[in-house]
Design a protein around this ligand. Structure first.
Ligand code: HEM
Length: 89
């Protein structure tokens, strides 16, 4: 899974702040399942869509990616993050 398209997009665009599914800026807002469930709006009802929304629009210190990544790339990276969260990174 580390060589999937989603993994490559994550490594190139997200790992600088979210290496290993963490968060170097706001330590508790990680990409681990428990943190996503607690802090990311609508994660429990539609995890992929909730991640897509955050990546498209950003939030606070996280930049928006809708003008940097294609919608296909955002789906790929969101699917990767969701899978990694389920597997515990
Ligand atoms: C939060 C994904 C890039 C900084 C989050 C969250 C997700 C996410 C799903 C919600 C986590 C939670 O609330 O527990 C991604 C993805 C990225 C990316 C998939 C690449 C496409 C980045 C980058 C930075 C960053 C490059 C730093 C420059 C942050 C910060 C938060 C956050 C500061 C917390 C926002 C807040 O609620 O105040 N990210 N991220 N992210 N991310 Fe990212």
């Amino acid at each position: 899974a580390e060589t999937s398209t989603g993994a490559k997009i994550f490594d190139a665009n997200c790992a600088s702040c979210h290496i290993g599914g963490g968060n170097i800026l706001i330590n508790h807002k990680t990409l681990k399942k428990e943190a996503l469930s607690k802090y990311l709006a609508n994660y429990d009802s539609d995890s992929i869509q909730a991640i897509i929304y955050q990546v498209q629009n950003g939030k606070n210190a996280m930049p928006a990616f809708k003008s940097k990544l294609s919608s296909q790339e955002i789906v790929e990276v969101a699917t990767y993050v969701s899978q990694q969260a389920e597997q515990g990174w």
